[in-house]
Design a protein around this ligand. Structure first.
Ligand SMILES: O=C(O)c1cc(C(=O)O)c2c(n1)C(=O)C(=O)c1cc(C(=O)O)[nH]c1-2
Ligand SMILES: [Ca+2]
Length: 703
């Protein structure tokens, strides 16, 4: 067994990626004695998603945009900190916050992918750059990195994100010593008119696409998280992403499975050739990535110990796949699903239910939602109980096509779908055109959304049946985190409410709640130095829903200062950050532009949601600025910020390649109108002695 004893040398703890520790010093009898050993302030206020690595008493981990840290694992003393020089223009094509999901450490080097697509090999002792490689392919597409690299033999492999934009996904392997590129595997084919495919295994894939596909948009398939090396079979399992644009009817109008979208692809680490693949969502139309973390395990199946991958991707099924050849051994739903009602074990294919889920026929409420039944939050597998422990979300989305297909725009949103999250559907209904309202209210799933709501839970799950053994209800649908199990029978699991909770793995009993005042979405991990067991977790709110800061969450109360929290027996109390001041009424906006008409303001709103709404939720506690609260100086500089990139170093990209001065003027007019209205409402609330509060809005729409 490599890892998850005293050391935690791989992101997932061990070669299986089980997020399970064999350490037992902390157990049911002494959880009350757990306290803070040390904390480290990373100095950023965006999401933290990495699981740290610990080797020989040193902790290595990553943070915002691909920063990396080496710390003394017993004391928290900084050994080095690395800040890559990232061109923040990349934020134009980053869907889900400036996160990074971890480093790989191998043979004296620390590997980390920076947000702008550059892979760094750092000297593990000093943090100095040994080599770096720009993993972008020269296509000019909106490629970015949020995932962790994976070492396989003498290569290090890294993927990318950007399928909501214009990216054709790929993984690249580099020589660990020199950084020289060894091979690249695109997950989807290119336009066959360009001649033969640029990878031999794409010749088989291209036949599953319409020759008239939207090749300009790139196809998607971005492998933005799980890349898993299996030394037993010398294979690299790559989880691939969703299609771009989302709906197959727009992407590949003649249909087809669209290989290798939403698949697990097993690659040979020496050659980059496909050994086998299993496609989980053929012809994906719902942002159903298969990039969610995998667990490599051995399960007894029909009396035979079988090497398997346990995989619960976004699409709501839990798959057990034979690592030897990719054959499907089991697939059971863990949430309500209506895009397919089951998976045929003979053919390995889903039994689709297009009448419920094909939104090219009109708006559809589809289960699970685009944030997925599961997402990147690590799941834990305890070999003793044979159970998985992880976050599960039972929720729907409303999906709609735009009235007219949007024209292609480089390095911009091209998903070509309007999404409304389950909890918001009823509230948004009255604002939609009447024919839409009637169509949506008549959907059978509308009733289910009203009755069942959206359920987020930590669950103990039997991998072979999908059955839930016990569950703990989370704060709300946005509340999901990574899990850790230990051989002493504990499950560690964080929350956006700022608490780290410890459960009994057998009964689900909540044994201890540790208040920290900082949201926890990353997975805790455990290690031992000088006979002391530690549990560490990175804490800060962020990721997919990062602009939306829900009530009751730690960032709502305390802000979002990122930190690494490390616990041990007989540690201290966790210092809670200071509470944020009360929300003030929006400041007085400038006088509305003389040429602003209702039509211009309406157009400004549309252009805003096409381009800006994915980052700017315009809520007072949002991580990104609430643009209804701009100060006079910001209004004055508005055009220079949006068109000339005045605030690129702060993370606000420039837009002059796709937005005209008239577009930006219209956006600004809409924001001035919104600010005036917000100020009016909030002053009235203040006069009435009511709390100023923002209605939650989670419209993610590109039209
Ligand atoms: O299609 C993509 O390229 C892509 C990339 C990423 C990412 O890199 O973070 C996410 C997603 N998709 C995605 O669909 C998603 O739900 C998601 C959540 C998160 C996160 O960090 O919380 N990232 C991403
Ligand atoms: Ca996606």
């Amino acid at each position: 067994e490599v890892g998850a004893g005293a050391d935690w040398p791989l992101s997932g703890g061990d070669v299986g990626g089980t997020h399970h520790s064999r350490l037992t010093q902390i157990d049911r009898s002494n959880v009350d004695r757990i306290g803070l050993a040390w904390e480290y302030d990373v100095g950023t206020n965006r999401g933290l998603e990495a699981t740290p690595i610990v080797i020989d008493g040193v902790m290595y981990t990553s943070g915002v945009a691909g920063r990396a840290y080496a710390l003394n694992a017993a004391t928290g003393a900084e050994i080095w900190a690395f800040t890559p020089d990232v061109d923040m223009q990349v934020n134009r094509t980053v869907c889900c916050d400036m996160v990074n999901r971890g480093v790989a450490v191998h043979d004296g080097k620390v590997f980390v992918g920076a947000l702008d697509g550059v892979l760094y090999a750092l000297d593990a002792a000093t943090g100095a750059i040994v080599w770096h490689a720009d993993t972008k392919d020269g296509s000019g597409r909106g490629i970015n990195i949020t995932g962790a690299p994976e070492v396989a033999g003498d290569v290090v492999i890294i993927g990318n994100g950007g399928a909501e934009y214009d990216v054709r996904g790929y993984v690249t392997a580099y020589d660990v010593e020199s950084g020289e590129e060894r091979w690249r595997f695109y997950t989807v084919p290119r336009d066959p008119d360009l001649g033969p495919q640029d990878h031999p295994d794409l010749e088989a894939a291209v036949g599953t696409w319409d020759p008239e596909s939207r090749w300009d948009i790139g196809g998607g398939g971005t492998p933005w998280d799980a890349i898993h090396y299996d030394p037993e079979f010398d294979a690299v399992y790559v989880g691939t992403g969703n299609g771009g644009p989302y709906h197959r009817a727009l992407r590949s109008p003649a249909g087809g499975d669209n290989l290798y979208l939403s698949s697990i692809v097993a690659l040979d680490p020496e050659t980059g050739r496909v050994k086998w693949y299993y496609q989980e969502t053929p012809g994906d139309s719902w942002d159903y990535t298969a990039t969610q973390p995998m667990v490599l395990a051995e399960l007894e199946i029909e009396g035979e110990l079988t090497p398997v991958i346990l995989h619960a991707p976004k699409n709501g099924f839990l798959y057990v796949i034979d690592r030897r050849d990719g054959s499907l051994l089991a697939a059971n739903p863990i949430v309500y699903t209506n895009w397919a009602d089951s998976i045929d074990l003979e053919t390995g294919r889903p039994n689709f239910t297009p009448e419920a889920a094909d939104y090219s026929q009109g708006p559809r409420i589809v289960y699970p939602a685009s944030p997925g039944a599961r997402n990147w939050h690590p799941i834990s597998f305890d070999p003793e109980t044979g159970l998985l422990y992880g976050a599960v979300l039972d929720m729907a989305n409303l999906y709609m096509l735009p009235p007219e297909p949007d024209p292609f725009r480089g390095r911009a949103l091209n998903s070509q779908a309007g999404l409304i999250f389950g909890p918001d559907i009823a509230g948004i209904l009255p604002t939609l055109p009447p024919p839409f309202q009637e169509a949506i209210a008549a959907l059978p799933a509308f009733e289910r959304v009203q009755q069942e709501g959206s359920v987020s839970e930590l669950r103990a799950i039997d991998p072979l049946t999908g059955e839930t053994r016990w569950a703990h209800r989370n704060l709300n649908w946005q509340d999901r985190a990574g899990a850790l199990t230990t051989a002493s029978g504990l499950v560690f699991y964080g929350s956006i409410d700022g608490n780290l909770r410890i459960f009994d793995r057998d009964t689900g009993e909540l044994l201890r709640t540790i208040e920290t005042g900082t949201a926890i979405i990353a997975a805790p991990m455990s290690y031992e130095v000088d006979g002391v067991q530690y549990v560490a977790v990175m804490a800060a709110w962020g990721g997919g829903g990062y602009p939306f800061v829900p009530h009751g969450s730690a960032p709502y109360r305390y802000g979002n200062q990122g930190r690494i929290l490390v616990f041990r027996l007989d540690g201290a109390e966790v210092p809670i950050p200071e509470e944020l001041p009360e929300i003030e009424p929006a400041p007085e906006p400038p006088v509305q532009f003389a040429d602003a008409t209702p039509a211009m303001i309406a157009r400004g709103q549309t252009v805003f949601f096409q381009n800006c709404g994915i980052c700017h939720s315009n809520q007072p506690r949002s991580i990104t600025p609430d643009l209804r609260r701009m100060q006079p100086g910001t209004h004055e500089a508005f055009d220079r910020i949006v068109l000339e990139g005045l605030l690129v170093p702060n993370g606000m990209p420039r837009w002059d390649d796709i937005l005209s001065p008239a577009d930006v003027h219209a956006i600004h007019a809409w924001l001035i109108a919104s600010q005036a209205e917000t100020r009016r409402r909030e002053l009235a609330l203040q006069r009435a002695g009511e709390p100023l509060d923002a209605p939650s809005s989670t419209i993610l729409s590109n039209y």
